[in-house]
Design a binder for this molecule. Structure first.
Ligand SMILES: Nc1nc2c(c(=O)[nH]1)N[C@H]1C(S)=C(S)[C@@H](COP(=O)(O)OP(=O)(O)OC[C@H]3O[C@@H](n4cnc5c(=O)[nH]c(N)nc54)[C@H](O)[C@@H]3O)O[C@H]1N2
Ligand SMILES: Nc1nc2c(c(=O)[nH]1)N[C@H]1C(S)=C(S)[C@@H](COP(=O)(O)OP(=O)(O)OC[C@H]3O[C@@H](n4cnc5c(=O)[nH]c(N)nc54)[C@H](O)[C@@H]3O)O[C@H]1N2
Ligand SMILES: [Mo]
Length: 753
């Protein structure tokens, strides 16, 4: 038994708590003095894009938008701490393995290229040239280019992403797994089949015209705090805001805007959600189906829109009407009255936006759920008019842009054709491995070299034990990184750490400062200009690292790598001819605030097989039957893995999950009080968690249960620690996104309490 106590957070999200935490993080990184100056450059017309989340910036005012977790992200990159060659000389990799993930990242910024030396078990200094030559040697020695994997995390700029995919395809493979595979892949797969594009259809301005907002499965107070400003404005205008989340999340309930002196002084915030519903984990398909059924029954569907713009309505209607309300309610975890209320509110709305995050995508039936959300929009003509549309809330600040630039293991043929025409080579045509496929390929030797452009593959991936073994089986692992992390410790026989510039830092090529570009969650493309002196003189930009490697790989190549990287305008010129929607890229992006990509659904053009927007649905019983419900001894729970308020994915900033009232620990398991009672567990009791899958059990020992407002039968704990429980083969249908929000587990009192 430990003394973990939950202290319910009665304050609003934001407010003084956010200011205090921001100052703490600047202090912790040793940059309190110049941190503020740095922050003022974030998300400005001439500054850098915040490396936090992908939420867009309001364009009418260019004042600094305060965001606690943006401060933490910028401070983490701007830290005064450094990992030096002396540090690596002092510690064997074995010794480093004993450090926690928090401690690894907290060593500070990487400063020079390092290579693993098996004889001494140390990372030792290596020159950039030798590092490139070593990678080239390994790659050339492969039997096939498909034995190499090129992973990308979503912070990588458009320019670096474009060069990186060009390099991989020039080498001969589409093995470009990325963080998106674990994130919004079901969105990118499901939306095009429905409406012809895998991106959100709204802009920030639409939020000003919407009178109804449906928020599914994301936690803005923590993961995209600037969205709270948008929601606050909508709430003040009287929009109805419906939140769907098994957990009660403070940031969805009440928000004090740190930029509003009146709110700060009175400490009285704005209510965000007008209605808060707590479906059971994975219940959203049924919720959305219920909304559809309500609209169909009410007779208020937009018949004109349906006739002019959609396909498959009759079949869809028959299927929905054949699903009994009692099944819908049972599967959603909500009461019939709630479902009716939701339907009525949506029905009464003039213009509605639906947003969603990981609570929707990290499930077995994620694609079907997203398509059901699209059906709900289509029923009322809520796409292609002001104030209405689909808004997937992306994660990493440039994850959407990376995909636009061709970081995709299943590239469309038209993209490859244009790449071939522009660079005069024949790119590979067969699909590559995604994240799940990459792990399996490393396990059985089909892949032998792993290159990571950012990220932390070892800890972000599902099934930690298998993911680690897979990396260890490689002949070479290479990581282009800013900070030390587990992926450097869990390495291949040969291993390299290549330290790069962060987005906040000045990037000089050929004597001139370069800007990069990014695309936010709403398809705004703009320049990001580093402002700070690099953390070390030995760092290279991601673009320069890729070009350096390419020149070592392909001397005298027809692709002029050296020229391209000497001036990023040249990379953008190439992008303008290869990537659709980017014509005149340089001219457009150098305008303040950049430009918006043209999205066909906004003007009701549907680039689908039918030429229309498609109603697509799966019978509810099929969705239910697809769920894994093993017969086990003891009670089966459904576990979701989520982010605390004090982390950025695998980067743990600290141990304060402020809005959930948890302090100082991360080994907690949120549980309904009645379930605790039924299991005979007192607050703080330690339990061992076991996940179940046909290939066997996986264990996470020593978690302290805390009572929480969560539906019975549901549990929640933190990512990445609980990734050990996610079976590799448990992933979203077709999209292969690990089911990180839905893991079948049992619990029992800890063996060593
Ligand atoms: N500060 C900070 N910002 C971040 C990140 C970070 O780690 N830290 N990560 C970035 C990245 S890569 C991403 S993808 C985003 C992630 O942002 P989110 O999508 O908010 O990610 P999660 O914390 O995983 O939380 C998902 C939410 O879904 C809810 N949920 C879980 N299961 C279900 C379900 O079945 N149905 C419903 N309706 N809800 C459910 C959880 O209770 C939780 O509130 O944030 C980005 N921004
Ligand atoms: N169980 C579970 N697993 C999950 C999730 C979950 O909710 N639950 N979420 C999934 C999601 S949504 C995502 S997006 C993935 C995240 O997966 P990743 O993107 O792979 O992980 P991060 O933790 O964001 O990567 C952090 C590392 O990136 C490096 N880095 C930071 N900035 C830069 C930069 O500018 N350039 C370069 N080259 N490197 C940089 C630093 O070295 C840092 O250690 O995890 C997924 N895994
Ligand atoms: Mo993500």
């Amino acid at each position: 038994m430990t003394t973990i106590k939950i202290h319910p957070y009665r304050q609003s999200a934001g407010g003084w708590g956010a200011l205090r935490a921001s100052l703490e993080s600047l202090k912790h990184q040793g940059i309190l003095a110049d941190g503020t100056a740095l922050l003022l450059k974030s998300n400005q017309a001439e500054g850098f894009d915040c490396p936090g989340c992908a939420w867009p910036d309001p364009d009418e005012h260019s004042t600094f938008e305060f965001c606690e977790n943006g401060v933490k992200a910028v401070a983490a990159e701007g830290t005064s701490k450094r990992v030096t060659e002396a540090f690596f000389a002092e510690h064997t990799v074995r010794a480093l393995a004993d450090l926690s993930d928090y401690a690894l990242e907290d060593q500070g910024r990487l400063t020079s290229p390092m290579a693993y030396d098996a004889a001494t078990d140390h990372y030792v200094p290596i020159s950039w040239e030798d590092a490139f030559a070593r990678i080239a040697r390994h790659l050339h020695a492969l039997r096939s280019p498909h034995e190499a994997l090129f992973y990308t995390s979503g912070r990588t700029s458009n320019e670096a992403a474009f060069l990186y995919q060009l390099f991989a395809r020039r080498f001969g493979t589409n093995n470009l797994p990325d963080c998106s595979n674990m994130c919004h892949e079901p969105t990118s797969l499901g939306m095009p089949e429905s409406i012809g594009i895998g991106k959100g259809t709204v802009t920030l301005e639409d939020f000003e015209h919407a009178d109804t907002l449906l928020l599914f499965g994301h936690n803005p107070g923590t993961n995209h705090p600037r969205m709270l400003g948008t929601l606050r404005a909508a709430a003040r205008r009287g929009a109805r805001i419906l939140a769907f989340n098994p957990l009660r999340e403070r940031g969805l309930e009440r928000f004090v805007n740190p930029q509003s002196p009146a709110e700060m002084l009175s400490n009285h915030g704005t209510e965000i959600a007008t209605h808060y519903y707590q479906p059971r984990i994975g219940g959203d398909y049924a919720v959305a189906l219920g909304i559809a059924r309500y609209i169909l029954e009410s007779g208020h569907a937009d018949e004109r829109f349906i006739a002019d713009h959609t396909h498959g309505f009759a079949e869809f209607k028959a299927q929905v009407m054949a699903t009994p309300w009692s099944d819908i309610a049972a599967e959603s975890g909500l009461r019939l009255e709630d479902l009716q209320e939701i339907g009525a509110i949506y029905d009464a709305g003039r213009a509605a936006i639906i947003t969603w995050g990981m609570g929707i995508t990290q499930h077995k039936h994620a694609v079907a759920t997203i398509q059901m959300l699209m059906n709900v929009l289509l029923l009322k003509g809520n796409i292609g008019k002001p104030g209405a549309g689909a808004c997937p809330v992306r994660g990493h600040s440039n994850v959407q842009g990376d995909r636009t630039m061709g970081i995709w293991e299943r590239p469309p043929a038209a993209f490859l054709d244009r790449l071939a025409a522009e660079f005069h080579f024949e790119p590979p045509r067969e699909d590559g491995y995604d994240v799940v496929g990459a792990i399996a390929a490393m396990e059985d030797g089909r892949a032998r070299v792993f290159v990571g452009m950012g990220g932390n593959f070892a800890n972000a991936s599902p099934d930690t034990t298998r993911a680690h073994a897979a990396l260890r089986a490689c002949e070479l692992t290479v990581h282009v990184s800013t900070k030390l992390n587990r992926s450097h410790i869990v390495h291949g026989r040969d291993a390299l750490i290549l330290p790069c510039l962060g987005r906040t830092e000045i990037d000089i090529q050929d004597g001139r400062p370069q800007g990069v570009t990014v695309e936010d969650s709403m398809s705004m493309v703009h320049i990001s200009q580093g402002m700070r002196a690099p953390a070390s003189p030995h760092l290279k930009s991601e673009c320069a690292i890729i070009a350096g490697l390419a020149m070592a790989m392909f001397p005298n190549d027809q692709i002029p790598w050296r020229e391209l990287v000497a001036d990023y305008d040249r990379i953008r010129d190439r992008i303008s001819r290869v990537v659709e929607g980017f014509s005149d890229f340089n001219a457009r992006v150098h305008k303040p605030r950049g430009f918006h990509l043209d999205l066909p659904p906004r003007s009701r053009r549907w680039i689908t097989a039918t030429g229309k927007a498609n109603f697509l649905a799966q019978p509810l019983q099929e969705v239910v039957a697809g769920r894994y419900r093993p017969a086990v001894a003891g009670r089966l729970f459904n576990l979701m893995t989520i982010r605390s308020h004090d982390q950025y994915n695998t980067t743990i900033y600290g141990f304060e999950d402020r809005y959930r009232g948890v302090s100082g620990v991360r080994n907690v398991l949120f549980m309904h009080a009645s379930d605790m009672q039924e299991m005979g567990l007192a607050e703080g009791a330690l339990v061992d968690i076991t996940s179940h899958w046909p290939d066997g059990e996986r264990a996470a020992p020593g978690y302290a249960v805390v009572p929480y407002d969560i539906p019975r039968g549901c549990l929640a704990g933190y990512y990445p620690e609980l990734n050990v429980l996610v079976p590799l083969a448990s992933h979203a249908d077709r999209a292969n996104t690990p089911t990180s929000k839905s893991i079948a587990v049992t619990i029992k009192a800890a063996s060593h309490a």
